[in-house]
Ligand binder design. Structure first.
Ligand SMILES: *[C@@H]1O[C@H](CO)[C@@H](O)[C@H](O)[C@H]1NC(C)=O
Ligand SMILES: *[C@@H]1O[C@H](CO)[C@@H](O)[C@H](O)[C@H]1NC(C)=O
Ligand SMILES: *[C@@H]1O[C@H](CO)[C@@H](O)[C@H](O)[C@H]1NC(C)=O
Length: 313
C-alpha cells in the first residue's frame, strides 16, 4: 500500500509544482491599424532575480506553417530562424523580462501579420498562451469623380482603399438607396488591400447631391463622400483655359510667321548681295543649300533661279 501512496504524493506535488508555472495573456485579442506598432504581452512568474541562462522565450505565428517570430534560448537571442515575414520589425523588450513580462513589439504592422500567435516561455517549467492579432485598414479618403455623359446623365465615381472588404452604398439627397443602380469592383494587390471603385450612372438635374458610403461591416465603420452635380466649375475653367491657350497660339503663330518672313527677306537680300559674280558652281550651290530651304517656298526658289539665270546671260 505504501508504494502507490508515495507515487500518488509524488505525482500530486509534481503537478502542483508545474501548475505554479503558468503563462498568462492579459489581452488575448489585439486589433490594430495597418502601419502602426503593436506590443503583445504575456506574463510568467519570476521569484527573486531572473536567471537569464534558465530562460527561454519564443513567439510563433500559426499560419499554414509555423513561423518563428522571435526566439531567445537559454538567455541568448536567435534571429537565424526568424521567418522572413518579420525581418527587421520585431523587438522583444528585454528590460521587462525580469518583471515576468514577455513583450513582443511588431513595428509597421502589415495586413498579413494578422493571425494567431503563441507565446511560449520556459523557466523552471514551461507553458504557453495564444493571442489573436487583427489588422485593419480603414477606408480613409474617398476619391470622387463627376462626369457628364450628356443628356442630363452623369457618371459618379467613388474610389478608396482599405481592409476588410467594404460595400459601397449610394444615396440621393433624400437618402433613398440607389445602390442597385451602381457598379462596384474590387481589386486586391499583393498588399491584400482592397481597391474599391464604385460607379453610379444616373439622370440628374444640376445642383443635386449624392452620397457614396463605404460601409466596413466588420469594423462597424462608415466613410462617406458627397458628390455635387453642378454646372461644373472645372469644365468652365477648362474651356476658358482652352480659349486662352488658343489665343496664345494664334498670336504666336502670327508673330512667328512675321519674324520668319523678315528673316527670309534678310537672307534673300544677303544672298542677292553675295551673288555677284555668279558662276555655274554657285548655281548648283543654291539648289543644294538645304539650310535656306526652310524659309523659302518653291516659287521663291524658282524666282531666285530665274534671277540667277538672267544674271548669267
Ligand atoms: C513605431 O515604432 C518605431 C520604432 O520604435 C517608431 O520609429 C515609429 O515612430 C512608431 N510608429 C508609430 C506609428 O507609432
Ligand atoms: C456593371 O458593369 C458591367 C460590366 O462592366 C456591365 O455589363 C453592367 O451593365 C454594369 N451594371 C450597371 C448597373 O451599371
Ligand atoms: C453605415 O451606413 C449604413 C447605411 O446607411 C447604416 O445602415 C449603418 O447603420 C451605418 N453604420 C454606422 C456604424 O454608422
Amino acid at each position: 500500500m505504501e508504494k502507490p501512496l508515495l507515487l500518488y504524493i509524488f505525482l500530486f506535488y509534481w503537478h502542483f509544482l508545474n501548475a505554479l508555472f503558468t503563462v498568462e495573456a492579459p489581452q488575448s485579442l489585439y486589433t490594430v491599424e495597418r502601419g502602426s506598432n503593436v506590443t503583445m504581452e504575456c506574463t510568467f512568474p519570476v521569484k527573486g532575480e531572473l536567471m537569464f541562462r534558465d530562460l527561454s522565450v519564443s513567439w510563433e505565428k500559426k499560419d499554414e506553417i509555423k513561423k518563428q517570430v522571435y526566439s531567445l534560448l537559454k538567455g541568448k537571442e536567435d534571429f537565424k530562424n526568424q521567418h522572413s515575414d518579420f525581418k527587421g520589425r520585431i523587438k522583444l523588450l528585454k528590460e521587462n523580462l525580469s518583471l515576468g513580462q514577455s513583450l513582443l513589439q511588431i513595428t509597421d504592422v502589415k495586413l498579413r501579420d494578422a493571425g494567431i500567435y503563441q507565446c511560449v516561455i520556459g523557466y523552471r517549467g514551461a507553458d504557453y498562451k495564444t493571442i489573436n492579432l487583427k489588422v485593419n485598414a480603414p477606408y480613409r479618403t474617398i476619391t470622387q469623380g463627376v462626369v457628364s455623359t450628356g443628356d442630363n446623365e452623369w457618371k459618379l465615381t467613388c474610389q478608396s482603399e482599405g481592409y476588410p472588404q467594404a460595400e459601397v452604398i449610394w444615396q440621393n439627397r433624400e437618402y433613398e438607396d440607389l445602390t442597385d443602380k451602381a457598379n462596384t469592383s474590387y481589386e486586391t494587390g499583393n498588399d491584400q488591400l482592397y481597391h474599391v471603385t464604385s460607379t453610379l450612372t444616373i439622370k440628374s438635374s444640376i445642383d443635386e447631391i449624392f452620397y457614396c458610403i463605404f460601409r466596413n461591416k466588420e469594423l462597424r465603420e462608415n466613410t462617406s463622400a458627397i458628390l455635387h452635380i453642378a454646372d461644373s466649375a472645372d469644365g468652365v475653367l477648362w474651356t476658358e483655359s482652352r480659349r486662352f491657350v488658343g489665343a496664345i497660339l494664334i498670336v504666336t503663330a502670327f508673330f512667328g510667321s512675321v519674324l520668319l518672313f523678315m528673316l527670309c527677306l534678310r537672307k534673300a537680300r544677303a544672298n542677292k548681295d553675295n551673288r555677284t559674280p555668279v558662276t555655274s558652281s554657285s548655281r548648283a550651290k543654291v539648289s543644294n543649300n538645304k539650310d535656306t530651304h526652310d524659309c523659302r517656298d518653291v516659287s521663291f526658289e524658282e524666282k531666285e533661279l530665274k534671277y540667277i539665270q538672267i544674271e548669267k546671260t
